[in-house]
Design a protein around this ligand. Structure first.
Ligand SMILES: NC(=O)C1=CN([C@@H]2O[C@H](COP(=O)(O)OP(=O)(O)OC[C@H]3O[C@@H](n4cnc5c(N)ncnc54)[C@H](O)[C@@H]3O)[C@@H](O)[C@H]2O)[C@@H](O)CC1
Ligand SMILES: Nc1ncnc2c1ncn2[C@@H]1O[C@H](COP(=O)(O)OP(=O)(O)O)[C@@H](O)[C@H]1O
Ligand SMILES: [K+]
Length: 504
């Protein structure tokens, strides 16, 4: 699913109005209808609704929703905020249509306005994708008032005060929504930490924008959906054998960090890879053979850290390097020798492999094309320097992928996969239970296992990141988020594969 900019959304709107054709006010009616249908499904008529409307079409949506909820027997109160300035024509029309019985207050100030019922629902229709500058005056006051209330806050289209596709200044007024109901497409801001924190849970409500426009419009930003991940998944053939599913090599582990490569090994095996070998320093031999009997072990000459890669790399279809590797100079030299030598098998690089890469710009120039890198934001910062804001970080991600012809998984609540063409995919699975040590190592194992099976680098990232998050969601359903640990992710990977394969 594409993510459109605010300007593209306006164009989609205009195209639909002209081509369907439908009047602008009827398109608003359709949006409000979708909104109210969702609200009525989730909130019973004993919940009072407090609807805050600004001067634009977002306020118009709020007014239309007020009328529809009222018609269906809900108790509705409307607050008009700063609407003594110029209002949009569709706002005006919906204000005229508002039934007389609905209480309407014009807010000039929130001083003295009593609190709403904590059992009620506030609909935030102050501003939508038309926001052009930070909120001030009565708008900022209304945002502060909404944020003080204990009622559930549902934002229409986007929390007021957020820009759909641009950063907000720190401390500027933004509605803190529990839920955001976004028309037709999610906004880019939903996926990024600084702005996404205001959005709460979000849902997309289709409002029938013209499919022709949505198909032909070009956007570098995509949502990684279940359908997309499902389309990548390959079934296993009846007469296949372990030779059909690739041989992966994981290289990592050092004294005190054998757990990382062990987690990755379990995860690689659970992706269905045919064979797995793990290269560890000597201290790791017994640990690995005991913890992961399905994997073959190779040992380094050294006891506590790695200093070389196996000679016969050609027999592996993917090489995953990094979990627990450490940053010893010997390991850095081994990486440099690997990069400067014959083209190695496809690579997945994580953790200390990335830190070594960041510390030495000359090896980075030899990064083999089509490699997969999986930094968290701090590792990414070491590679690319600090970003001034989340949107800038996306630009840096695109620059890195295109400069090095590689694929980067920038990990986070919505992990973002960048490709050399500049396309970015935002993941939708996963939960905060996964913010615990070792979950990134599991991802490295998953990606290494999938890549060894012949998935393209992009498909490996999309399928692997989706499954990793889905395994986390299934694990959290059973174990809860706080108690989730990294090994739960590979334990639930089988269930994630099954769930992904299910047709709805
Ligand atoms: N295609 C769609 O997605 C549809 C969108 N609709 C709604 O329309 C909204 C967009 O409507 P608008 O473009 O009218 O945008 P807004 O409702 O966000 O209002 C923008 C208006 O407020 C002014 N403004 C912007 N920032 C301001 C600030 N900081 N202080 C004071 N005034 C400010 C602008 O000059 C403009 O007049 C969407 O978010 C959605 O709720 C629906 O009604 C219909 C279909
Ligand atoms: N709040 C969150 N919501 C969803 N996924 C998360 C969240 N926090 C972390 N994750 C996921 O957990 C993994 C953490 O990886 P990483 O930071 O490398 O951990 P480690 O180095 O301990 O293995 C990433 O895949 C990331 O996307
Ligand atoms: K809003």
């Amino acid at each position: 699913m594409k993510i459109l900019t605010a300007a593209q959304t306006r164009d989609a709107d205009a195209y639909t109005i002209a081509q369907e054709p439908i009047s602008s006010v009827n398109l608003m009616e359709r949006a409000a209808g979708a909104l109210v249908k969702w609200l009525e499904k989730h909130y019973s008529p004993d919940k009072p609704f407090y609807i805050f409307c600004g001067p634009g079409n977002n306020g118009g949506d709020g007014l239309a929703a007020a009328r529809l909820l009222h018609q269906d027997g809900y108790d509705v109160e409307v607050f008009l905020v700063g609407t003594n300035q110029k209002t949009s024509p569709d706002f005006d029309q919906n204000l005229q249509r508002l039934p007389q019985e609905i209480t309407v207050s014009h807010l000039e100030t929130t001083v003295g306005v009593s609190d709403v019922s904590p059992l009620g629902v506030i609909l935030d229709g102050l501003f939508g994708s038309g926001l052009s500058r930070p909120l001030e005056g009565i708008y900022a006051e209304a945002v502060a008032y909404i944020n003080r209330q204990d009622a559930t806050v549902v934002a229409i289209d986007i929390p007021s005060g957020l820009f759909a596709d641009a950063p907000i200044q720190e401390g500027s007024p933004v509605v803190e929504a529990d839920m955001t109901l976004s028309f037709e497409q999610p906004k880019l801001a939903f996926f990024l930490p600084a702005s996404g924190a205001f959005v709460g849970e979000w849902h997309v409500l289709p409002i029938g924008l013209h499919s022709e426009f949505l198909e032909q419009v070009s956007s570098p930003y995509h949502v990684l959906t279940k359908e997309k991940a499902q389309s990548i998944l390959k079934p296993r053939a009846k007469f296949s054998h372990k030779g059909s599913y690739g041989h992966a090599l994981l290289v990592g582990g050092s004294y005190g960090k054998m757990g990382a490569v062990t987690l990755a090994a379990h995860a690689a095996l659970r992706t269905g890879v045919g064979l797995l070998t793990v290269q560890v320093p000597q201290t790791g031999y017994g640990i690995l053979q005991t913890a992961v009997p399905e994997a073959m072990a190779l040992t380094d000459d050294l006891d506590r850290h790695l200093s070389r890669f196996p000679e016969d790399l050609d027999r592996f279809q993917c090489l995953g390097i990094g979990p627990g590797l450490g940053q010893h100079e010997d390991s850095r030299l081994a990486l440099e020798t690997l990069f400067r030598g014959q083209l190695p098998p496809p690579l997945v690089l994580d953790a200390d492999a990335l830190n070594l890469l960041a510390a030495d710009r000359t090896i980075r120039q030899h990064l083999p094309p089509d490699s997969i890198l999986t930094p968290h934001p701090k590792e990414f910062e070491r590679l690319m320097g600090p970003a001034t804001h989340d949107f800038h970080r996306l630009q840096l991600l695109q620059d890195f992928c295109s400069e090095h012809s590689c694929y980067v998984v920038l990990k986070g609540a919505h992990s973002c996969i960048g490709s050399p063409e500049g396309t970015l995919y935002f993941n939708t699975t996963g939960n905060p239970g996964m913010a615990t040590g070792g979950t990134g190592d599991v991802l490295t194992g998953i990606l290494t296992g999938l890549r060894a099976q012949g998935y393209s680098p992009l498909d490996t990232c999309l399928l692997g990141v989706y499954l990793h998050g889905l395994a986390g969601d299934l694990a959290a359903e059973q174990e809860g988020q706080a108690s989730l640990i990294a090994s739960d992710l590979y334990t639930y990977l089988g269930a994630a594969f099954k769930k992904l394969a299910e047709k709805e």
